[in-house]
Ligand binder design. Structure first.
Ligand code: 3PG
Length: 212
């Protein structure tokens, strides 16, 4: 396993669930990250889907003790580099384009690239990746689909994301080829909007208690 894969795995193994966040402002992202870390979820993915996302990564990296902040929804090399510059310790992409893979090759920060088919997984294996995001997990075929990949594509580890929740997370976490799952359910929009940080810490604690 390469150094970067090991670095990525050590982050993903901090917890069974990586929160996937869509943030509207950097200040509430800091409060949200503190609430998640208090519940045990230290590795946090902030998606680059809002104008505030980069500032949120910077603020969480600088201000939230214990947080390991990554950037998600990275779609091109420019976003990859900006997310690294902001302080991301890992990068997540829903897929794997040559541009994103080139940026990853040139960076010390590990990439969790997305894959949803056997061919996509095989291509990423050829590029040296052993850990991937299975996306969109539920919509692509769910835990049964991922289980079917585990024997022919043995040696590849996944973080399934997309449609994962407290009720189906264990279906994935019980598979031998799953290292953790990703999901937004630990940071519901309505709780974030009212600053319901205690409720979010409770959701994070429940997620942290899920065990492989
Ligand atoms: C996303 O696309 O936003 C992430 O994969 C999270 O998906 P989820 O909201 O279904 O957890």
């Amino acid at each position: 396993m390469t150094g970067k894969s090991e670095m990525l795995l050590s982050i993903l193994k901090l917890q069974p669930v990586v929160p996937v966040l869509i943030v509207d402002d950097a200040k509430s992202a800091v409060e949200l990250a503190r609430a998640l870390v208090a519940g045990g979820l230290k590795a946090i993915e902030i998606t680059m889907r809002t104008p505030a996302a980069l500032d949120a990564v910077k603020a969480v990296a600088a201000e939230v003790e214990g947080a390991n902040v990554g950037a998600g929804t990275i779609l091109n090399a420019r976003d990859f580099d900006a997310a690294v510059k902001a302080g991301s310790t890992f990068i997540v992409s829903p897929g794997s384009t040559p541009g994103v893979l080139d940026a990853a090759r040139a960076s010390d920060v590990p990439l969790l690239p997305g894959a949803a088919t056997a061919s996509e997984v095989m291509k990423l294996r050829e590029d040296g990746y052993e850990v991937m995001k299975f996306f969109p997990a539920e919509q692509a075929g769910g835990a049964a689909y991922l289980k079917a990949l585990s024997s022919p594509l043995a040696g590849t580890l996944f973080c399934p994301t997309g449609g994962v929740s407290l009720s189906n997370a264990m279906d994935y976490l019980s598979l031998p080829n799953v290292v953790c799952v990703g999901g937004s359910w630990v940071a519901p929009k309505d709780l974030v909007a009212i600053g319901g940080w205690a409720g979010i810490t409770k959701l994070a604690s429940e997620a942290f208690a899920l065990r492989k």
